[in-house]
Design a protein. Structure first.
Length: 388
């Protein structure tokens, strides 16, 4: 199992804090946005006298409410088409476990969410990367590239849209083409849509569940963590109109008994969150993105403008991003402050890629984000391994 590039430097961050250094956490997608009152009140006001197991597929009232939420954004599914999971992480694990035998292959675009690699390793499945480039904004590769990588062992294509770690948003046209590929080769399309609410274009998010004729191929992976700033409740879901697939997902769900009870109470309460909440959160993230991107480019850092989620991958003028990230925590401080970033090499499967890149999450309030950018600017001025 590889160490997480998001969390592996935590001991160095903790040591820095013990020395009295303030650490700005840009390494992890932990929003500081307040969770919806509706979710918190649902937990505070619950009347449970004891906390029982729920149905392995999830509390029925929550599943029905969740199906109604999806129907409201143009995804036509019934509550029987989805299973509540213990986080989006478990949804990805179930999707791979149910569809892949040891030695099978899943195609991903790199850089990709680093834990996909961990889930593949747990199942003895090979991730087959198709590289995207920072110069082209990490856009979806030409469809011909997918044809080149499909073999008899290919069971699925796994995408994240909007993307973690890149903030890339795939177009409807690209996804429709991807749908043709999975239908042609009769493979699955795992669509991680955790960041659906955070799209920074005028066009609405297009879900792979809306691809015509791909009902038996598409598997939706989702979570409440980012949408409602409820990372700690650990509630997600897996959904598909493929009844055969979902029958086996239920077996995995039964084996782990059920998803967290209070997490489901919070998630069901969150379904009543007003639209104004999302409008305000989206505007805040756009503001943070613009402040961060402007600051990065002024210090000579290469980064695209993210069109979704709340991350960017930035290429730094340094010899090695892993060493730089550790140096920031061990040896550097500016006015008693420093920055924690996630080295991006761990988001790639191809050895040698991303060695000068980091993932930055713009999840801090503006004044903290500006202070973090100032720290990074000063660090790049004095880092011994800075490239000329």
């Amino acid at each position: 199992m590889p160490a997480s590039p998001i969390r592996k430097l935590v001991p160095f961050a903790e040591a820095a804090k013990k020395r009295g250094v303030k650490v700005y956490h840009l390494n992890i997608g932990q929003p500081d946005i307040a969770s919806p009152k509706e979710a918190l009140d649902a937990v505070k006001n619950n009347t449970l006298e004891y906390v029982p197991y729920s149905n392995s597929a999830g509390v029925e009232s929550y599943r029905k409410g969740l199906a109604k939420y999806y129907q409201g954004i143009g995804i036509d599914i019934d509550y029987t088409d989805l299973i509540v999971t213990g986080s989006g992480t478990e949804a990805v694990q179930f999707a791979i476990s149910v569809t892949c035998d040891p030695g099978d292959e899943v195609i991903v675009m790199e850089p990709f969410y680093t834990n996909y690699n961990a889930f593949a390793i747990q199942n003895d499945v090979k991730l087959v990367p198709i590289s995207t480039s920072i110069e082209e904004g990490f856009k979806l590769p030409p469809i011909e590239e997918f044809e080149k990588h499909i073999t008899p062992k290919t069971k699925a294509i796994l995408i994240c849209n909007p993307g973690n770690p890149t903030g890339t948003l795939y177009s409807k046209e690209s996804l429709l083409q991807l749908g043709e590929i999975v239908k042609k080769h009769n493979i699955f399309l795992f669509s991680d849509e955790v960041y659906r609410e955070f799209c920074y274009t005028d066009d609405p998010h297009f879900s792979c569940m809306q691809i015509p004729g791909a009902e038996q191929n598409v598997v939706l992976l989702d979570s409440v963590s980012k949408r409602y700033s409820l990372c700690g409740v650990r509630i997600g879901c897996i959904a598909s109109r493929n009844k055969e697939l979902m029958k086996y997902v239920l077996k995995y769900a039964q084996a782990r008994l059920c998803a967290p009870a209070y997490g489901q109470i919070a998630a069901e309460g969150a379904l009543a969150t007003p639209k104004e909440y999302f409008a305000a959160v989206k505007a805040e993230y756009i503001h943070r993105r613009d402040v961060m991107i402007d600051a990065l480019r002024k210090m000579g850092v290469v980064t695209p403008t993210p069109m979704g989620a709340f991350y960017t991958v930035a290429e730094l003028p340094v010899d090695n991003a892993d060493k730089f990230a550790q140096w920031l925590l061990e040896e550097f401080q500016y006015e008693g402050q420093t920055v924690m970033v996630a080295p991006a090499a761990g988001f790639y499967a191809t050895p040698g890629k991303g060695t000068r890149q980091v993932r930055i999450a713009y999840v801090l309030k503006i004044e903290d984000l500006k202070a973090a950018m100032k720290c990074l600017e000063e660090a790049l001025k004095v880092y011994p391994g800075r490239l000329k």
